[in-house]
Structures are given as structure tokens and as C-alpha cells.
Design a binder for this molecule. Structure first.
Ligand SMILES: C[S@@+](CC[C@H](N)C(=O)[O-])C[C@H]1O[C@@H](n2cnc3c(N)ncnc32)[C@H](O)[C@@H]1O
Length: 379
């Protein structure tokens, strides 16, 4: 052994997240395949503590199958969060919520990334009042029911502009959490500075029981980080991967293959207007990244579920005539190789859960700071 630390994304053996002492008890709502959970698991493992997951909920069966195969001891429920928690804090607990509180027991941390389509910048003003935005409100109610030590809510930056019920859902949930005895801070975090090879920015609302680590200090520490990674660091070795399973390249139309060949032959990263479909030949730069090629020496653009097609964004591989494979997209999202996606073979399901996922570095960085205080408080 050289003693040199192994590349964190190339680790193929899952750590024993269930071993250690004391035990961190995590609840993940809207869990998807488990990006937020994985980050908490990694932070817990680094701190020598065990992870237990008394409840994880997602309505999607395929995301749930992947979640369960990676966290087999978790009590995962494939249902809607509304079946377990009401939509806002402040009212007496219903009988079903009292039962949930009793069954779940003590909770160290509650995390959740409610669906965010209603908040996307790409959507219009009407969609900012989409009832889907109300799903965010389940998080404060779940905090009221479960009484965790800390709450992390992740979303797209545009959630700040939500106008649901006048006040906006972030302001409302912050107010409710303060009323429950939490110190609360929120802001937009650039994940590229946390060691994620991608220019993803996410809104984070962090609430911690008053008297423990101040959430504003944690967010300030994240803003000071400079741990930048380029695409080469994340996926260069995968050029040599056997082209099967999650390493199988996506198929492209003849037109898109021709466009990729053009970029390759001309040594370009942006496709000239004349080579684009007519509907994308807009003046200005709104479509600039569409049909674009990634660069080895930069972080990738935000990975969405469209990573397998250059018509969905800058997803052409830096050196190959193809878009990204699911494995490459998962690496860019910060998933190490031990994270097992094999429960689901359907490409569209894989693309959705990978594109939806929160890079684990986010919750890992946050809980690395919080856990010493949280576990001491729970003893
Ligand atoms: C942004 S993704 C969450 C990503 C996840 N936090 C991760 O890190 O991998 C939102 C998830 O919410 C799920 N979802 C949507 N509506 C739901 C509901 N009412 N109850 C439970 N899950 C829901 C979707 O299936 C999707 O997996």
C-alpha cells in the first residue's frame, strides 16, 4: 500500500454504515434513490458512528428499489409523504401522526428534497404557485411530529421566489421551524466548491435545535470551501469501461451523431447555429449549451435526467462520440462506485433518479460539522 488515499468515487466496497457508536437515526422524505441519505451515511461513518434509518419515503417504486438495495436495513416506504405527515406545522397532531411518532422513535436528523419542478426557473409565474410547492411544507410538519435534532431541506435555488399562499413556502417553513425551537439558516450553495465535478447550485434550509451548532456557521463554512474538481477527475477512467449495464452508451439519432462528429472534427465545444435544428437557432444564447460538448478540465454543467442526449444540454462526452452513460452521470453527481444501481435496468428510470439526486457531498459536508454536537445531544 502506498498510503495514498484512494479516489473517493472509485471505491467499490460499501462501507459498513451500520457499524459504530453512538447511532445516528435518520429520516429521509422524498428520498429518491438516496443521495441525501448517502451523504449522511458517509459523514456518520467518518465520525465512527452507526447509521439507522427508521423511515425513508418516496412515491417512486424504482427509486425505492435502488434505495433499499443500498440501505437494506432502512424502513423504506413506497408511498406519498402526505400519508405520514400533514402539510404544515402548528396544529394538534392527528392520530396517524402520533402513531408515526411512536413507531419511528428518536430521530437525530430529518432530511428531504421535495420535488422541485414547480420552482424551476424555467417555469412561468403560474407554476410558482403550483400546489406541488406545498410538498415542501410537509418538512416542518414532519419536524413537529418527529422532533429531530436537525432538519435539512434541499431544493432548487428558485424555491426562494415561491409565492405559494402569499408568504412563500421557504419563509413559512422557516417561521414554523423557529416556532418549534430550531435555529434556522438558509441560502444557495455552489456544489462545485464542495468537491462535486458539476456547476450545480442548490438551496439549503438548515434547522438545528437551539444551543447546538449554529446553522448559519455551517452554511458560512460551506461558502468558504474551495474544493473544486474537474470532469477528468470524475469520469476519465470510465472511457475504458466495458460498454454494458450502466456503462452502456446511450443511443443517438443519426442527426445527433452527425452533430457530435462535427464538434469532434472541428475541435469545438459549442455547436454553431447552422448545425442546430431550426427551432434551436434562436439569437442570443439561451440554447448555447444544448448540443454542446463537455470539457475535461472544467466541472460539468448541471446533470439532469436528460444527460443521455445532447439535445437536452451540454452532455456530449469530452472525447467520445456519444452522450454520458448513467455511470458517468452518477459519478458527476458524486456517487461512488459502491453505490449499486443494478436493481433497476430501465434507462429512463435510472436517468430520472440520477438526475433528481442530491450529490451526497452536500449532506456529507453539512453533517460532518453537525454530528459531533448532535450525537452528544442524543446521548
Ligand atoms: C428531487 S427528488 C429527491 C432526491 C433525493 N433527495 C436524493 O438525494 O436522491 C424528489 C423525489 O420526490 C418523490 N416524490 C414526489 N412526490 C412525492 C410525494 N408526494 N411523496 C413522496 N415522494 C414523492 C419523487 O419520486 C422523487 O424521487
Amino acid at each position: 500500500m502506498s498510503g495514498e488515499a484512494q479516489h473517493p468515487l472509485l471505491l467499490s466496497d460499501r462501507p459498513d454504515f451500520e457499524a459504530g457508536h453512538p447511532t445516528v437515526r435518520l429520516v429521509d422524505l422524498f428520498s429518491g434513490c438516496g443521495g441525501l441519505t448517502l451523504g449522511v451515511a458517509q459523514a456518520a461513518e467518518a465520525a465512527g458512528t452507526a447509521l439507522e434509518i427508521p423511515l425513508a419515503i418516496d412515491s417512486d417504486a424504482d427509486a425505492g428499489a435502488v434505495y433499499e438495495s443500498n440501505f437494506p436495513k432502512a424502513d423504506f416506504r413506497q408511498t406519498t409523504v402526505g400519508e405520514f405527515f400533514g402539510p404544515r406545522a402548528g396544529e394538534p397532531l392527528a392520530d396517524f401522526e402520533l402513531r408515526v411518532a411512536e413507531e419511528v422513535g428518536t430521530v437525530t436528523a430529518l432530511v428531504g428534497g421535495p420535488p422541485c419542478q414547480g420552482h424551476s426557473d424555467l417555469n412561468n409565474h403560474t407554476r410558482r404557485r403550483d400546489p406541488k410547492n406545498a410538498l415542501y411544507g410537509h418538512m416542518s410538519r414532519a419536524a413537529e411530529v418527529l422532533q429531530p435534532q436537525a432538519v435539512l431541506i434541499e431544493n432548487v435555488p428558485a424555491v426562494q421566489h415561491d409565492k405559494h399562499a402569499g408568504e412563500g413556502v421557504v419563509a413559512r417553513v422557516e417561521r414554523e421551524l423557529r416556532g418549534l425551537g430550531f435555529d434556522v439558516a438558509s441560502g444557495v450553495v455552489a456544489l462545485a466548491a464542495l468537491g462535486v465535478a458539476q456547476r450545480r447550485r442548490r438551496h439549503v434550509l438548515l434547522a438545528v435545535r437551539e444551543g447546538l451548532t449554529a446553522p448559519a456557521d455551517v452554511l458560512a463554512d460551506l461558502a468558504d470551501r474551495q474544493d473544486f474538481r474537474d470532469l477528468r477527475w470524475a469520469i476519465e477512467d470510465l472511457v475504458k469501461a466495458a460498454p454494458t449495464g450502466i456503462d452502456e452508451p446511450p443511443r443517438a439519432s443519426a442527426e445527433n451523431r452527425r452533430r457530435m462528429q462535427y464538434l469532434q472534427d472541428e475541435g469545438l465545444v459549442d455547436l454553431p447555429n447552422a448545425e442546430r435544428p431550426r427551432c434551436h437557432q434562436a439569437d442570443g444564447h439561451s440554447y448555447k449549451s444544448m448540443y454542446g460538448r463537455l470539457s475535461w478540465d472544467l466541472p460539468a454543467q448541471t446533470v439532469t435526467s436528460g444527460f443521455g442526449s445532447i439535445g437536452q444540454g451540454r452532455y456530449m462526452h469530452p472525447s467520445e462520440i456519444r452522450a454520458l452513460t448513467p455511470h458517468e452521470a452518477a459519478r458527476i453527481q458524486g456517487f461512488p462506485d459502491y453505490f449499486d444501481f443494478s436493481a433497476i435496468a430501465l434507462r429512463s428510470s435510472l436517468a430520472t433518479m440520477i438526475g433528481n439526486a442530491v450529490p451526497p457531498q452536500l449532506s456529507r459536508s453539512i453533517f460532518a460539522e453537525l454530528l459531533p454536537d448532535l450525537t452528544a445531544a442524543g446521548d
